[in-house]
Design a protein around this ligand. Structure first.
Ligand code: NAD
Length: 499
């Protein structure tokens, strides 16, 4: 009998009020049942909100450096448990252990950054325009933050949201992607062991419409941070708009690697192999378009196809595996639907089918796939597929490449391989993305820099780095007048203009 896991509410591990559970199976080996997780509902969310309210009352008054010290402890525990958590993440999500170790490392980096931010959380002190008056801004916690996360970075993305929210003095309710309930459970265990007070962190497992939507619509949850598809983000955005909630959206991408004819071709090849097929193409920053300058197009496609053919598919915990499975049957079906579209729009030069054979038949494997002759504006060139599928587009010069890059509704990351410093700086300036890499693939963000995209990838906020702390706290201004008399701003001090 598979183990029944629990929610974490008010500092206790509790069964769901619904009494219902869902199965979590290994996407590389469907016969491997990992366990049963709560299929929670409205009542569970209500319990979590009540607990988070209580948690907030004391946590908001805990000095930020003290809150940061708990995050330091969280980082240390994640270091100790890095391999165990990475293996659990690979088992439920599918990417290789090298990648899930990277995922945990990102959580560790985020914890240590958050720990020190507890000693900053800067405001400003500025001169008042009046005599004997003090003026300053400072940051206040907001309340309960509802955090909704996707499957593809099962450890890192929850930490990007939780840790800054906690250091700023908020309490949180997290609902992870339903394909990856175990990894966040382990993260919450770490937070509990590090001494996070009761009610400050609450975990409610379950499905988007049954738990996520209830959190988003709850009137006592003023802050929502969502990472997931643009389609779901649109629904979340509509609700939050109507309810005047503070909302951070991080959504889809259609990221391009541009290779100029003067580039180091081996470097560009390594970059696109990692960018397109790492995490089986299931990264928001995955390289799903490859833009090649005319002069090098044919040779590059030939070398890339030969290299991609060599990639070894398999269970991500096995030695020597480069590419794991897709996360679910639904994800593989979506990729398959794009194969029909792709065959009509472009030329298939590699893959295009489910991957079968020893060790592959019981999982959601799909062959690394390359289409050439893809037309800018076509569905292959503009829609997020979220699988190991690369669309190759040709261009004649940098102007054309930049235009093609910008012709999609998404704007997360982009990459340019070139030795020309002018093209490099033009790329920073002209590509409509939140992140541009030069001579590096479209993936590889570091935890201490702001992360996010423009256009329909985001709504103007950033995760990571210093900016995310502004999202999770409210700016407040304090004026203190010690003149002992009524001073009227903009009136008393301008009787004789100082200018
Ligand atoms: P998804 O939109 O299907 O689900 C994301 C989360 O939203 C899950 O926890 C899900 O249960 C929940 N959800 C679903 N319906 C909901 C509703 N009506 N109300 C509230 N919550 C709801 O996305 P996914 O398949 O888990 O993840 C893949 C997507 O995430 C891709 O589009 C990818 O580009 C994007 N992503 C973006 C970033 C980024 O930082 N920009 C990072 C990672 C992933």
């Amino acid at each position: 009998m598979a183990e029944k896991h629990k929610n974490f509410i008010g500092g206790e591990w509790v069964e769901p009020a619904t009494g219902e559970y869902f199965e979590n199976r290994n996407p590389a080996r469907q016969s491997d049942l990992i366990g049963l997780w709560p299929r929670s509902g409205r009542e569970d969310v209500e319990h979590a909100v009540a607990a988070a309210k209580k948690g907030f009352e004391t946590w908001r008054l805990t000095p930020a450096p003290e809150r940061g010290a708990i995050l330091k402890q969280v980082g240390d525990l994640l270091v100790e448990r890095k391999d165990e958590i990475a293996r659990a993440a690979t088992r439920e999500m599918g990417k290789t252990v090298a990648e899930t170790r990277g995922d945990v490392q990102e959580g560790i980096d985020t914890a240590y950054y958050a720990a020190t931010e507890g000693r900053r959380l800067f405001g400003h002190t500025v001169p008042s325009e009046l005599r004997s008056k003090w003026a300053m801004s400072f940051r206040r916690p907001i309340g309960i933050c509802g955090l909704i996360t996707p499957f593809n970075f099962p450890l890192a993305i929850p930490t990007w949201k939780m840790f800054p929210a906690l250091v700023c003095g908020n309490s949180v309710i997290i609902k992870p992607g339903e394909d990856v309930p175990h990894t966040v459970e382990l993260l919450v265990e770490v937070l509990e062991e590090a001494g996070i007070p009761k009610g400050v962190v609450n975990l409610v497992q379950g499905f988007g419409e049954e738990v996520g939507d209830v959190i988003v619509r709850h009137p006592d949850v003023p802050v929502i941070s969502f990472t997931g598809s643009t389609e779901t983000g649109k629904i979340v955005g509509r609700v939050c708009g109507e309810m005047h909630k503070r909302l951070s959206l991080e959504m889809g991408g259609k990221n391009a690697q541009i290779v100029m004819a003067d580039a180091d071709m081996d470097l560009a090849l390594d970059g696109v192999l990692w960018g397109a097929f790492g995490t089986t193409g299931q990264r928001c920053t995955a390289t799903s378009r490859l833009l090649l300058q005319d002069e090098i197009h044919d040779q590059f496609v030939e070398s890339l196809t030969a290299r991609a053919r060599q990639l070894k598919l398999g269970y991500g915990a096995d030695e020597g595996v480069d590419v794991g499975p897709l996360v679910s049957a639904a994800s593989r079906e979506k990729v398959e639907r794009y194969m029909e579209i792709g065959r009509q729009e472009a030329e298939l030069v590699l893959g295009g089918e489910r991957a079968t054979g020893e060790g592959l038949d019981d999982g959601f494997f799909f062959q690394p796939t390359i289409f050439t002759g893809v037309k800018p504006g076509s569905r292959l060139a503009t829609e997020e597929i979220f699988g190991p599928v690369l669309s190759v587009i040709r261009f004649s010069d940098a102007d054309e490449a930049f235009r093609i890059n910008n012709e999609v509704k998404y704007g997360l990351s982009s990459s340019v391989y070139t030795r020309d410093v002018n093209v490099s700086f033009r790329a920073f300036q002209e590509l409509d993305n939140g992140i541009t890499y030069v001579n590096a693939p479209t993936i590889g963000a570091e935890a201490h820099l702001p992360f996010g995209g423009v256009k329909q990838t985001g709504n103007g906020h950033r995760e990571g780095g210093w900016e995310v702390y502004e999202f999770y706290s409210e700016t407040k201004v304090g004026y203190l007048d010690y003149s002992g008399k009524l001073q009227r701003a903009q009136i008393d001090n301008y009787e004789a203009s100082p200018y």
